[in-house]
Ligand binder design. Structure first.
Ligand SMILES: [Cu+2]
Length: 211
């Protein structure tokens, strides 16, 4: 049921709350009150007891963009980079948490990239300067990212003490880590503040430019 819940809007899951667990909903806004999209909400259990729930993710290349822009994964997750475009891409990262390169390719590369170290990884394409994606590798299965409305849900988090972290690829300053105590809570709501810089404008040539 837990895995099922993660794939649905959390609203559909309120009824499926396990005994002794909590459903968390946060809304992230800038100091000016604007909703923040693509903020990562991370709950790290103080107990250090972290079950592994999901082991695979996809970051596609579609219409000469990475989709999604932000992917949050648990340490040890394998990520595929399928190219859905008719042209080739060349995916790379110089980030210390995962330095890698998938040289000029079409279709789905034979091997996924395994993100085995926690940290922030910025990903680009050697051919298309404007393409940008981010991976945040965390040591917990309890995470979510905010949608365009600034809202993120995490369903069925076992009761206990947690560190609540907020992160965004374009955050202006690091958010303070909050300590929270979860008990049986069908719907715990919080409002959090995070200021982010706008995404840099980039020149993207028209689709018929040939690259
Ligand atoms: Cu590309």
């Amino acid at each position: 049921m837990k895995a099922f819940c993660r794939t649905l809007a959390a609203l559909a899951c309120w009824a499926a709350l396990d005994a002794g667990a909590a459903n968390i909903e946060v809304i992230v806004k800038t100091a000016g009150g604007q909703p923040v999209e693509d903020a990562a909400l991370i709950l790290e259990p103080a107990s250090g007891n972290v079950p592994k729930l999901k082991t695979h993710a996809n970051i596609e290349q579609r219409d000469r963009e990475f989709v999604p822009y932000l992917t949050i994964v648990q340490k040890g997750t394998a990520v595929d980079f399928p190219n859905r475009d008719k042209i080739k891409h060349h995916v790379y990262s110089f980030s210390p948490a995962k330095t890698f390169e998938i040289k000029l390719y079409a279709g789905k590369p034979a091997q996924p990239i395994v993100f085995d170290k926690t940290g922030e990884i910025a990903i680009g394409c050697n051919i298309h300067d404007w393409m940008e994606a981010h991976v945040l590798v965390v040591d917990t299965p309890w995470f979510a990212k905010t949608g365009a409305n600034g809202v993120a849900h995490i369903a069925n988090v076992p009761a206990g003490a947690y560190r609540l972290r907020l992160w965004h690829p374009r955050q202006k300053a690091e958010a303070e880590i909050k300590r929270i105590e979860l008990t049986n809570m069908p719907q715990k709501r919080m409002e959090l503040a995070l200021d982010v810089a706008p995404r840099a404008a980039h020149a993207k040539p028209p689709a018929d430019a040939g690259y």
